[in-house]
Every structure is written in C-alpha cells, then in structure tokens.
Design a protein around this ligand. Structure first.
Ligand SMILES: *[C@@H]1O[C@H](CO)[C@@H](O)[C@H](O)[C@H]1NC(C)=O
Ligand SMILES: *[C@@H]1O[C@H](CO)[C@@H](O)[C@H](O)[C@H]1NC(C)=O
Ligand SMILES: *[C@@H]1O[C@H](CO)[C@@H](O)[C@H](O)[C@H]1NC(C)=O
Ligand SMILES: *[C@@H]1O[C@H](CO)[C@@H](O)[C@H](O)[C@H]1NC(C)=O
Ligand SMILES: *[C@@H]1O[C@H](CO)[C@@H](O)[C@H](O)[C@H]1NC(C)=O
Ligand SMILES: *[C@@H]1O[C@H](CO)[C@@H](O)[C@H](O)[C@H]1NC(C)=O
Ligand SMILES: *[C@@H]1O[C@H](CO)[C@@H](O)[C@H](O)[C@H]1NC(C)=O
Length: 370
C-alpha cells in the first residue's frame, strides 16, 4: 500500500516531463494543443478573481503568489484561481535550514472563513503533491490521460486547503532529514505551521488535519502535538478534527481490530456493530473528467466522536477513486453535514433532489460492497 503511493508519484513525474516536451515540440511546429473544455456538461473551472483576493496581499505573501491563469502552469489550460506555494522554515531559529514545501488554496466558500485543512500523503516520503494532482486538488491528472483537467471535487471548493510535503526529506522540502520518530516529524510540522499561519495571517482558525496511508501515523501525532501546545501558543493549533484514509496506524493490522482495542471517550472499542448506510448525495456534477458515484457507498458508524467508514468500490486512495465520497467525508469532518448517513444534498449543491427525499428510498444504489 505504501509502495503504491510512492509509485504513483514516480509515474506522474515521468508523464509530466514527457508531455511537456511533446507540447513544446508541437508548439514549435505551430500546432496548438487541443483545448480540454469542449465537451457537453463539463465542469466550470474556478472563476478567476480579478481584483479582490481572499488572502490579504502583504510583503510576506508576495513571494508565494502562484500565477493561476490558464496556461501559466505547463499543460494547465484553465484558471486554477488564487493560490500560494513555496517553502517555509520548520522553526523560528535564524539559522534554520530545514524548510517544508506547501501549496495553499484559500477557498471562496463562505462557510470556510474561520477554518483551514491540511492534507498529507504518506510514505514515509510520499509527496503530498500526489494528493494534490491526483486526489483532492483542483488540478487532476489521472493515470493514462493525456493532460490535466479541473477537478470538480477538489476540496478547496469546501474549505481552505494546504498540501504540505513533510517531514524534511520529502518531495520539494529542503534541508537535511533528521527526524527519526513521529514526535520529531510532528515538531518540524508545528514549527512550519506557526510560520505558515503568521505568513498568511490565519491566526484563530479551526484546524483540520487529513491524510492517507502512512499519514495515518503523521496525522494523529501532529494533531496530538498541536493539542499539547494549543493553550500555550494561542491561535495556531486549534485542532477540531482529523481524518485518515486507509491509515497505517499499526503494523499490518486490520483497522477494525485496532479500533476495538482502543479506548476512547471512556470505553474500549465500538459498543455496537457498524451497520448504517454511508450515503453519497445524488448530484449535478456530470463532467466527463470526473464521473463520480451517488447513493449508498458503504457502511458507517459513529460512537463517542469517532466515525468509521467502510468505503465501497475504492482502492487505497479514496479521494482519487471515489471523489464524491471523499468530498462528502470532508463535509462531515467540517461539520457541514451532521452525519454520513444524511440524505441531504451536498452543501455546495443545495436543492438537488435525492431519491426518496431525506428519508431515503429505493432509488439509491442497493448493494454496498464492503
Ligand atoms: C513592503 O515593502 C516595501 C518596500 O520595502 C515597504 O515600503 C512597504 O511599507 C512594505 N509594506 C508592508 C505592508 O509592509
Ligand atoms: C500569468 O501567466 C499568464 C499566462 O502565461 C501571463 O500572460 C501573465 O502575464 C502572467 N501574469 C503575471 C503577473 O506574471
Ligand atoms: C543554530 O544556532 C543555535 C544557537 O543559536 C545552535 O545551537 C545550532 O547548532 C545552530 N544550528 C545550525 C544548523 O547551525
Ligand atoms: C487547555 O485548556 C483547556 C481549558 O482550560 C483545558 O481543558 C485543557 O486540558 C488544556 N490542555 C492542555 C494540554 O493543557
Ligand atoms: C489487541 O489487544 C490484545 C491484548 O492486549 C493484543 O494481544 C492484540 O495484539 C491487540 N490487537 C491489535 C490489533 O492491536
Ligand atoms: C463547487 O462549488 C461551486 C460553487 O459553490 C458549485 O457550483 C459546484 O457545484 C461545487 N462542486 C461540487 C462538486 O459540489
Ligand atoms: C421500496 O420497495 C419496497 C418493495 O417494492 C416497498 O415495499 C417500499 O415501500 C419501497 N420503499 C420506498 C421508500 O419507496
């Protein structure tokens, strides 16, 4: 599983290089790459914001501004909106040489004003740009496809998203890798995070941490370290929730066993067997770029603030293989929907009717592959 994540990134990088040179060759011959948007029902790319920005522009933010207009990023022929990318040190020491790489997408969703969500891929050593480019970011370049397209299920549609490459040694991060434990990785992340919050003036935001695979280890340790510092470093570490996909939280164990061995909220394990339907709303997102499922997509269970989902029809990387499921799960994490059983439409597509109404009905997909 962890190897799969790493391989996916390697493959993507190779493709990117090959396509760029092909496009350049075509351009020299005066041939323009075919525009991606021409199909009926395609999703609208993020609307370009001409003047007002979501993040106030300061001298500190200036060096991170990404030119998101169509064509500015090779092969990306749609506007990706406002974003910021670059390096920030892992501490406030003047001689700090370790820096983490990030790509930050503030959201224009009005419900996102007081929050921020961090995404981490696993590995250890897996670039979080894998998630950015293939799972839940606005630019989607899938296996075997000729060019990147806009991802209508990108999580920045719901909340302010930052994809971070960590610990030092991963992806575009800089410096000598020194972390030898989860605690040391988490300490690097917290140093980076303080600098990030200061740079983009995000003090006081609710923080959510999400990730996949080996991030099943990073995420809880980072959240725990943040909670430890929350009271002493006010405004930076107000963690409200975490989400981990197919997490490597212990060596080769089945997740269910781990939950049943774990004490949380004063009791050990779940007290009843998971049986509720995980429902993904019917939606009006019919782009050819990202056909995505609706209906009952698995089994879910919540007890004492811990929610578990058995996701149907997905491999390791749920936001990639079942993007509408991942989008719904993020809505739940952020408190935009009260439960994963809810039959309410997506918060970004209110008014889309659901079969059987909010009570559910026989229009939903019957089987739930577990
Ligand atoms: C930004 O830097 C310029 C030049 O150093 C300075 O004049 C200006 O006051 C700075 N602006 C802010 C908002 O700090
Ligand atoms: C952004 O990229 C576009 C497309 O390449 C270019 O025309 C424009 O000048 C760039 N804007 C800035 C501010 O560099
Ligand atoms: C940075 O400075 C501190 C003391 O100010 C020192 O202890 C540390 O070794 C220095 N680190 C590096 C990488 O030079
Ligand atoms: C932080 O403060 C809250 C409220 O006073 C308290 O409940 C919590 O235990 C404190 N956390 C730590 C880690 O000290
Ligand atoms: C659960 O706890 C038992 C008893 O401590 C232990 O033998 C077992 O390995 C644990 N299982 C997991 C999956 O952690
Ligand atoms: C993303 O947000 C826009 C604006 O709210 C909305 O029109 C679009 O349907 C959203 N995408 C999804 C998948 O909900
Ligand atoms: C679903 O179908 C069954 C069998 O046809 C029927 O008895 C039931 O009333 C239907 N439920 C809903 C909510 O339509």
């Amino acid at each position: 599983m962890q190897l799969l994540s790493l391989l996916a990134v390697g493959g993507l990088a190779t493709t990117a290089v090959a396509k760029s040179s092909r496009a350049a060759a075509l351009e020299r011959k005066g041939i323009q790459a075919k525009p991606r948007y021409g199909f009926p029902g395609h999703s609208a790319p993020i609307v370009k914001r001409d003047a007002a920005t979501i993040i106030p522009q300061t001298n500190r933010t200036a060096k991170y501004v990404v030119n998101g207009t169509a064509g500015a990023i090779p092969e990306v022929n749609f506007d990706i909106g406002e974003s910021y990318a670059g390096l920030l040190p892992i501490s406030s020491a003047a001689n700090e040489t370790g820096e983490l790489y990030f790509w930050f997408f503030p959201s224009s969703n009005p419900s996102a004003a007081d929050e921020i969500t961090i995404w981490l891929n696993g590995g250890p050593g897996c670039s979080s740009l894998e998630g950015f480019l293939q799972e839940n970011g606005p630019i989607s370049w899938q296996y075997g496809t000729p060019r990147p397209v806009y991802n209508p299920w990108n999580w920045a549609n719901l909340t302010n998203m930052v994809w971070v490459e960590q610990p030092v040694g991963t992806g575009f991060s800089q410096g000598i890798p020194t972390a030898t434990s989860q605690e040391e990785s988490a300490a690097q992340f917290l140093g980076f995070w303080k600098n990030f919050v200061d740079t983009f003036e995000l003090k006081g935001r609710k923080v959510y941490v999400a990730g996949e695979s080996y991030a099943g280890r990073y995420v809880p340790y980072i959240a725990d370290a943040m909670l430890d510092q929350k009271n002493t470093t006010e405004g930076y570490f107000d963690v409200k929730g975490i989400m981990i996909y197919d997490p490597s939280i212990a060596e080769d164990v089945i997740l269910e066993d781990t939950i049943q061995n774990m004490t949380f909220g004063g009791l050990q394990g779940f007290q009843s067997v998971p049986s509720a339907d995980f429902y993904v709303p019917y939606h009006n997102e019919f782009s050819y770029e990202s056909l995505s499922a609706s209906g009952i997509m698995g089994v879910t269970h919540t007890e004492r603030k811990l929610t578990w989902v058995a996701q149907a029809l997905s491999g390791h990387m749920v936001p990639q293989y079942q993007p509408s499921s991942g989008y719904r799960q993020l809505e739940f994490l952020l408190g935009r929907v009260e439960s994963l059983e809810s039959r309410k439409p997506f918060s970004t597509q209110l008014g889309v009717g659901q079969p059987g109404g909010e009570e559910g009905g026989n229009g939903t997909v019957g089987g739930r592959g577990v």
